[in-house]
Design a protein around this ligand. Sequence first.
Ligand code: SME
Length: 165
Amino acid sequence: MEQSFSLPDGLTKAQQYKQFLRDYALFIDGETDLIAALSNTSAALREAFGFFWVGFYLVKDADWLSLGPFQGSVACARIRRGRGVCGTAWAEARTQLVPDVDLFPGHIACSSLSRSEIVVPLLDPTTAVRGVLDIDSDRLAAFDEEDRRGLEQVVQLLCKQIFPE
Ligand code: SME
């Protein structure tokens, strides 16, 4: 198997997500193993978009997220429900778009270089949150509505595979 997710230069962000989603939908189709799917999804996103940190936290019990597969430097292993950007995305079951992490109350700094962040919850068919996709940038306001739309679609394709009906 040889699969590249690198994107050509000169695409708009909308075009980048369009191409990524087309390739990713074929790639992830049929992958039902949780660790394999999360590992390859973080690698694919990193390769395509060059994100500073991209990875998953998974719901382990009623109160805690545990670090899952990721690409980037070592990160906090556990995050309490409702804490930080990830714990808030879990508690509110909706995407958190944070242009400046220093202005987000309770932001958990795993890296002092992280400046902005987007976190998308992973929902199962009962709409329970089973984890989150967390992406950090070393630039302020790196993420916008285009990223929210694109990444929510990525997560939707992923969740259809790993949390089947
Ligand atoms: N900043 C996150 C913690 C995870 S790291 O960014 C990888 C948060 O506030 O939840």
